[in-house]
Ligand binder design. Structure first.
Ligand code: ADP
Ligand code: ASP
Ligand code: MG
Length: 407
């Protein structure tokens, strides 16, 4: 008998009607003999609502209490879905992350899963019960509730699939698969039948929020068969696969475009240039668990240098505070910031064997009067930082230029 982990995101469980539809879908799968673990998100909008409530009360709410608060969204959905399944005559039990031993580290709001004991789940499955698990949450070694970062229910699902060695993990969402780029930005984007885990990892980490990055890391590490599908209509979806592609010369120039709007840029100016400058600036930033993304250190001029880097916009305020202190400690001149930037990236294993890819990107942006603020490259991606205003134009024109709308 197949054991499957199925995950339903916020929109897919956004109302009682949607929850009933999910229950009906699972009842059918049960009838086919599949053993099912369901992971659910909070009903759509709920996590944002809870975050807003906290910020109405406090400018910097306690991270511990924040996780206690925002983990409740998922707890509502698991109970409602279990009840809905009972209505369909399906044996089902709901569990919070902590109850099924999803152990994480101590980093509130972006905790990483360190261990899962799948025994309780396996026992229930053996007892013919559908196991409904709250996504996005776990608990640390002290038993305190932690959450896994926005979009973290994807990671719960894939990590559970790895822990219980499920035959497949299916991520049901509001689009019918992974597209060449966000179909909400480019209506002519094309659904991909397959994508390599390597490319999906880049797409996710560069902002394609259809899968949380950590979920693809888990999938890749444990080779979890992973598929993204629509919860609204039947279809093949997109398979994330681990095969090495055939002839690299036949690979398309690029496979997709990913983008991220909510970034911010900070520059610390005229820092005395000595060995260890980057370490002194970025050390305290990383100690605050802020993910630094693109970094540029200018050529040193008369013993001084500038360091510019980008961070997720939600971390901007905390990062600015750290830099303000560093200006004093390091004797730098001042800081400059820009909160309205976006990152647009082209991704594809085809870049390994084709030249001129970056050039076509820069040419396309130039033709559309889009100013590049920063550039960063790796083996299979090129990213540019641009003004947020020009985000849609950049993605749309690049999608055309690389002919991603064509089969
Ligand atoms: P869920 O609530 O089900 O987790 P998300 O909103 O987190 O759903 O992710 C699905 C959304 O991801 C889609 O509605 C789409 O706008 C966006 N998205 C971004 N990039 C892509 C892409 N390359 N392919 C498909 N969807 C994408
Ligand atoms: N509810 C959480 C969020 O909105 C987790 C998730 O949906 O995956 O980010
Ligand atoms: Mg999501």
């Amino acid at each position: 008998m197949l054991t499957i982990v199925e995950k339903f995101g916020g929109t897919s469980v956004g109302s009682v009607e949607r929850i009933k539809a999910v229950a009906e879908h699972i009842a059918k799968k049960r009838a086919l003999g599949e053993r099912i673990v369901v992971v659910v998100s909070a009903m759509s909008g709920e996590t944002n609502r809870l975050i807003a409530l906290a910020h109405d009360l406090s400018e910097s709410p306690s991270p511990r209490e924040m996780d206690v608060l925002i983990s409740t969204g998922e707890q509502v959905t698991i109970a409602l879905l279990a009840m809905a399944l009972h209505e369909y005559g399906v044996k089902a039990k709901s569990y919070t992350g902590s109850q099924v031993s999803i152990r994480t580290d101590n980093v509130y709001s972006k905790a990483r899963i360190v261990d899962i004991d799948g025994q309780r789940i396996v026992d229930d499955l053996n007892d013919d019960t559908v196991v409904v698990v709250a996504g996005f949450q776990g608990s640390n070694e002290k038993g305190e509730i932690t959450t896994l970062g926005r979009g973290g229910s994807d990671t719960t699902a894939v990590a559970l699939a790895a822990a219980i060695k499920a035959d497949e993990c299916r991520i049901y969402t509001d689009v019918d698969g992974i597209y060449t780029t966000d179909p909400r930005v480019v209506p002519e984007a094309r659904r991909l039948d397959r994508i390599t885990a390597e490319e999906m990892l880049e797409m996710a980490s560069l902002g394609a929020k259809v899968l949380q990055t950590r979920s693809v890391e888990f999938a890749n590490k444990y080779k979890v068969p992973l598929r993204v599908l629509s919860s609204f209509e039947d279809g093949p979806g997109t398979l994330i696969h681990y095969d090495q592609e055939g002839d690299p010369m036949e690979a398309p120039l690029i496979s997709g475009i990913a983008s991220q709007r909510d970034e911010a840029k900070l520059t610390i100016r005229r820092i005395p240039d000595q060995p260890g400058v980057a370490h002194k600036v970025l050390g305290p930033v990383s100690a605050a668990h802020i993910n630094v993304d693109v970094i540029i250190q200018n050529a040193s001029e008369k013993g001084f240098t500038d360091l510019t880097f980008t961070v997720p916009r939600p971390d901007f305020k905390a990062c600015k505070k750290i830099l303000e202190q560093l200006v004093i400690d390091l004797g730098a001149q001042d800081i400059r910031t820009d909160e309205e930037i976006a990152k647009v990236s082209i991704v594809g294993v085809g870049m390994r064997s084709h030249t001129g890819v970056a050039h076509l990107m820069f040419q396309t942006l130039a033709e559309n009067d889009i100013n590049i603020l920063m550039i960063s490259t790796s083996e299979i991606k090129v990213s540019v930082i641009i003004s947020e205003e020009q985000h849609d134009l950049a993605v749309q024109s690049l999608h055309r230029a690389f002919e991603l709308h064509k089969f």
